[in-house]
Write a protein that binds this ligand. Structure first.
Ligand SMILES: NC(=O)C1=CN([C@@H]2O[C@H](COP(=O)(O)OP(=O)(O)OC[C@H]3O[C@@H](n4cnc5c(N)ncnc54)[C@H](OP(=O)(O)O)[C@@H]3O)[C@@H](O)[C@H]2O)C=CC1
Ligand SMILES: O=C(OP(=O)(O)O)[C@H](O)COP(=O)(O)O
Length: 350
């Protein structure tokens, strides 16, 4: 069992830890946090050895009654791979520490692509991370866009992507974020950082993105217009996307009309934390006119990058190739939702 340390146990880190723990070929050797809050309590209750992410916080954990396994230096020494899920910018500071310790490391979307050997999306460029020592799993929105571009590019070619990203203002636990009663172009300048970020996965792709932020916490929403290299029917497109394990084509018969019902659907299915690891594409929105594809997809920002972190671990360490890794990850987590009630027989058990 490969020993994986999680440095940063917040929104992303706690989900990566649970996903790693669910895999048959890897184990969580510890998680590091900066404050002794409810998240630390959750880690201990799940049986993860708890480390202090910062040396100056050791006493705070002790005073709160936590028994620490050590500091993040000890966690790094204990790990065969580290997944760094610290706040944006701190992953960059931590990379030299992983390199000095000779431990391969994965950082997250806020870190710069320049600092790593490759940015990563399992569906699109798994092979680029094979044997790498430093990899960046791209952000939630870029993951959602990359998963979509990969099959379109392979089957039809893509001439141009135009995407408007309606972004959630903050995660449910980020009480200090907004907007509260507003709609912000964010960033106002075009393009937003997402297009260039997708180019770290597809360097030749022509893509322009615009971003907004709205008073919502549940999910992001993408409004997409993609010029294809050929002219498939809308139905063919729907079948293609329905065949992708990490795309959930939302069937009409579920009557899911927004992100609130999507998350409720995930909770009904017994998904941990109501997570939706898949891109959620409304089947009814998939429309092709004169080689141009139009569609809406919702992206659960807290969870879509989680299977990608697990696959990046396998790519870097050689535990499995792309198809095998994605299959093991999907099976272990129960990824794959049915498009309709009729096809429910193929849904993974929850
Ligand atoms: N949230 C999202 O929607 C998404 C986030 N990402 C990316 O994931 C990364 C992490 O984001 P997110 O999980 O939201 O962040 P959070 O703020 O939820 O979690 C960050 C974690 O890092 C801990 N931490 C604080 N300081 C340090 C340190 N010096 N060393 C190690 N850990 C530290 C925090 O501890 P404590 O809580 O105790 O302070 C917390 O557990 C970012 O790069 C972000 O861009 C990517 C996709 C989506
Ligand atoms: O990577 C994300 O979004 P992004 O792709 O819009 O930058 C995550 O949702 C976290 O972003 P944020 O917390 O800075 O909004």
């Amino acid at each position: 069992m490969l020993k994986v340390g999680i440095n940063g146990y917040g929104t992303i880190g706690k989900r990566v830890a649970d996903a790693v723990a669910a895999q048959p070929d890897m184990t969580v050797c510890g998680v590091a946090k900066a404050s002794p809050d409810f998240g630390a309590d959750g880690a201990v209750r799940r049986g993860y050895p708890l480390y202090s992410a910062r040396d100056d916080r050791v006493n705070a954990f002790r005073e709160a009654g936590y028994e620490l396994a050590g500091t993040s230096d000890d966690l790094i020494a204990e790990s065969e791979v580290v997944v760094d899920a610290a706040p944006g910018g701190i992953g960059a500071e931590n990379l030299p520490r992983y390199e000095a310790a000779g431990v391969p490391a994965i950082v997250q979307g806020k870190e710069s692509d320049d600092l790593v050997e490759t940015s990563f999306n399992a569906r699109a460029n798994f092979e680029d991370a094979e044997g790498a020592d430093a990899v960046r799993v791209v952000s939630c929105n870029t993951t959602g866009l990359s998963r979509l571009v990969a099959p379109l590019e392979e089957n039809y070619g893509v001439e141009k992507v135009r995407a408007t990203l309606v972004r959630r203002g903050g995660d449910p636990d980020q009480t200090g974020r907004g907007p509260i009663n507003d709609i912000l172009p964010d960033p106002i300048a075009v393009p937003s950082h997402h297009g260039p970020d997708v180019n770290t996965i597809f360097p030749e792709l022509s893509i322009d993105t615009m971003g907004l932020k709205v008073p919502a916490t549940l999910m992001h929403m993408h409004s997409l217009n993609i010029e294809l290299g050929s002219d498939p029917s809308s139905e063919e497109l729907r079948e293609l996307l329905g065949g992708e394990s990490r795309v959930f084509v939302v069937g009409d018969d579920f009557s899911i009309d927004g992100t609130g019902k999507l998350r409720e659907f995930a909770r009904d299915r017994g998904r941990p934390r109501g997570d939706l690891w898949e891109n959620c594409v409304w089947g009814e929105s998939i429309t092709v006119k004169d080689s141009e594809l139009y569609m809406f997809q919702a992206i659960h920002q807290e969870s879509d990058v989680i299977p990608e972190n697990v696959d990046a671990i396998r790519a870097m360490t050689g535990l499995a190739d792309k198809e095998e890794s994605m299959r093991i990850t999907d099976e272990a987590l129960g990824i794959g939702l049915p498009e309709s009630r009729e096809s429910s027989a193929v849904v993974s058990p929850v």
